[in-house]
Design a protein around this ligand. Sequence first.
Ligand code: PMP
Length: 362
Amino acid sequence: MNFAFSEEQEELRRTVRQFLEAKSPETEVRRLMETTEGYDPSVWKQMGQELGLQGLAIPEEYAVIFVQGGGSMQFTMVPMNLCLSGKPVDVLHTGAWTAKAIGELQKGIPHHIAASTEAERFVRVPRTEEIKLSEGASYTYFCTNNTIEGTQYHHMPASHAPLVADMSSDIASRPIDVSKFGLIFAGAQKNLGPSGVTVVIVRKDLAERADKDLPTLLQYRTHIKEKSLYHTPPTFAVYILSLVTEWMAAEGGVAGMQKRNEAKAKLLYETIDGSNGYYHCPVEKASRSLMNVVFRVGGSTTAHGDEALEKEFAKQATAAGLIGTPGHRSVGGMRISLYNAVELDAVQVLVGFMREFQRARG
Ligand code: PMP
């Protein structure tokens, strides 16, 4: 396996680094911190268009705003702002995070579960032919990466109604075509920076759907109009986010992130699949997440593992410096999160540990 960047990608990386050194020296960053925009739109545009860092390019009709309250606040803000009277929200239900969003809709907002993989314990995302959208929905809601269940959409669902995506756990991990979405939201804390800031990319005309009598802070239009400075922003989190964005750009942008992420996930899934069933991933291959790899250790069925062995795995892994391997408490098993910042080297150490753990006990 060759995980190295190709010569073409190395060239892109060099070009972007030189570009940022020239256009965005520290003095310039300091100056921009004093401006209301906080960034230089012309440099941003050049990065997106001239350097070809597709995925950073946000079309004119969209606004990017920073709000607080995490991804969870968006479970409330999205329906508050985007629901049209008498038009239901279509939801694709794929796990714990769409369940939370549904929980908020159940407080009186008409909605329709257009697809659900709950009967299969969420081991995959819905197939195109299973999605039954309603006529004239307010919007279609889904979660691109299911952090707990370890599933991810590799093709975005089609919908006439605006698509609203919770990208909290895979934003900036791969290029996406923003123009296919009505609204995208993501808490920063996985791929973009520290917790405390939530990024919302919203088509400006959709933000105008909201009743002007809604609480001011909960209207997207407030944050669009005030350029995310309606109230005191979480300045530290936004600053770190800007540094992470620069780092991503220098690493080849979201296309570079995708390459890194694919290499890491490939190595880990190959190790699981090549273990003769000692490690097993319950997620269907076509839905496997590149961000959160879930697997079981031992056990006789694909759905379960040997819980005592899994505890031992986590304990030994911690002793080897590999922390945070247990899965979410609601599902058990193991979960390895491969967010953008995780290096391939770390995954190599992990798979080395996994092979040794199996050899010693298998
Ligand atoms: N959606 C997804 C997909 C998540 O992974 C999370 C958090 N792990 C949330 C929403 C909730 O985000 P927050 O904790 O920022 O409210």
